[in-house]
Write a protein that binds this ligand. Sequence first.
Ligand code: SF4
Length: 58
Amino acid sequence: MAVTIDQGLCSGCGICVDLCPEIFGWGADNKAIVIKQEREDSNIEEVADQCPTEAIEV
Ligand code: SF4
């Protein structure tokens, strides 16, 4: 299963990029994007839980 970010929900707060910069980065218009689908050794689910708008689907 892929990690996705709902661009309509992302507020651009930057929490996911701060917590896990190897997976999340910045796309156009200051919304976060998934830059790498690499699930091992990363805390994607914890980061998804931290997202204030629940934009990250794991
Ligand atoms: S934590 Fe959520 S709202 Fe904040 S930048 Fe990441 S996806 Fe967007």
